[in-house]
Design a protein around this ligand. Structure first.
Ligand SMILES: Nc1ncnc2c1ncn2[C@@H]1O[C@H](COP(=O)(O)OP(=O)(O)OP(=O)(O)O)[C@@H](O)[C@H]1O
Ligand SMILES: [Mg+2]
Length: 271
C-alpha cells in the first residue's frame, strides 16, 4: 500500500464497474481514481448515467468494483460500515418512528445506552433545527424537514464520512438553498469528510472545497475544480464574481463535454 493511499481519507484507485447488458459489457465506471482528504467537502456532478451513484455505492460498500479498489483510511471497503453515513435522495426514514426515534435508530442498533442515545439524538435534532418536531412522525413533516431528520440521523452515529446522493434533489429551490446553508453550518461546527452528489451546478460550487466533474460512456472523471472561496459561504459569496466564474467553469465542464451526443442517451458504449 502506498503512502498516498494511507494519508487520504478516501482513496479510489482505478475503479472499474461493468455490467453485462445482453451480450455487451457496459462500462459504468471505466477506471476512476480520486483522493479525498479528511474533512474535505467534495461534490460530484455530471450528466445522468455517468456513474456518480455507482461510485458512491462502491464507497458506501453497497456495491463492489469489477476491478480496482476503494480505500477508507487506507483500508479496502468491504461492505457498509458505521464510519460511513449514507443519505439518499428519497427520504429513507422509518415512517412508523418519530423524528427522535429515527435519529436514535442507529444508536440503538449500536447498543448505545439509553441516556446517551437520548442526549446525542437531542443534540443533532437541535443542530438541524427540528427540536419542535422531535415527537412528530415523518408523514407530518415537509420534504426539507425529512431531509434534515435524515442528516441528523446520519450524524448521530458519528460517521467520519457522509455520503450524500442528491439529498436535496426533490426539494424546491428555496428549501434547497436553506438546507445547503444549514448543511454547511452543521459541517462547520462538526467537520466530516463529505461526498455529495448533485445535478445542480450552483449547489456543487456553493458547498464544495472541490468539484469533481464526471463524464459518461465510460463513466470517468472529466475535470476537478478547486473552489477557493471562503467559508462561511454567505449570500455575498454566492453572488460574488469569483463564484460566478467558478460556476461558469463547472457548467462548461458538465454541459459541453460531448456536444455531439446527448448524455446518458443509451445503455451501450459507443466505441
Ligand atoms: N444493474 C445495472 N445493470 C446495468 N446497467 C446499470 C446497472 N446499474 C447502473 N447501470 C448503468 O450504469 C450507469 C451509471 O449509473 P449511475 O446510477 O451510477 O448514474 P448516475 O451518474 O448516478 O446518474 P443519475 O444522475 O441519473 O443518478 C448508467 O448508465 C446505468 O444505466
Ligand atoms: Mg444517481
Amino acid at each position: 500500500m502506498t503512502d498516498t493511499a494511507v494519508s487520504s481519507k478516501i482513496s479510489v484507485r482505478d475503479v472499474r464497474r461493468t455490467y453485462q447488458v445482453g451480450r455487451e459489457e457496459f462500462v459504468a465506471l471505466g477506471g476512476v481514481s480520486l483522493d479525498i482528504d479528511d474533512n474535505e467537502f467534495v461534490t460530484l456532478v455530471g450528466p445522468s448515467g455517468c456513474g456518480k451513484s455507482t461510485l458512491m455505492n462502491i464507497l458506501a460498500g453497497l456495491d463492489e468494483p469489477s476491478a480496482g479498489t476503494a480505500l477508507v483510511d487506507g483500508v479496502a471497503v468491504r461492505g457498509p460500515g458505521p464510519e460511513r453515513g449514507v443519505i439518499f435522495q428519497q427520504y429513507a426514514l422509518f415512517p412508523w418512528l418519530t423524528v427522535r426515534q429515527n435519529v436514535e435508530f442507529g444508536l440503538k442498533t449500536a447498543r448505545v445506552p439509553k441516556a446517551e442515545r437520548r442526549a446525542r439524538a437531542e443534540h443533532f435534532i437541535q443542530m438541524v433545527g427540528l427540536d419542535h418536531f422531535a415527537d412528530s412522525l415523518p408523514k407530518t413533516l415537509s420534504g426539507g424537514m425529512k431531509q434534515r431528520c435524515a442528516i441528523a440521523r446520519a450524524y448521530a452515529v458519528n460517521p467520519s464520512i457522509l455520503l450524500m446522493d442528491e439529498p436535496f434533489g426533490a426539494l424546491d429551490a428555496l428549501t434547497r438553498v436553506k438546507l445547503q446553508e444549514q448543511l454547511l453550518a452543521t459541517w462547520s461546527q462538526d467537520r466530516r469528510t463529505v461526498v455529495f452528489i448533485t445535478h445542480d451546478v450552483d449547489e456543487a460550487v456553493f458547498l464544495a472545497n472541490r468539484v469533481v466533474v464526471m463524464a459518461a460512456r465510460p463513466g470517468r472523471i472529466f475535470d476537478v475544480i478547486d473552489v477557493d472561496l471562503p467559508y462561511p459561504r454567505t449570500e455575498e459569496v454566492r453572488f460574488s464574481p469569483e463564484f460566478a466564474a467558478l460556476r461558469n467553469r463547472v457548467w462548461q465542464a458538465v454541459y459541453h463535454q460531448d456536444p455531439g451526443q446527448p448524455a446518458g442517451a443509451d445503455l451501450t458504449n459507443t466505441p
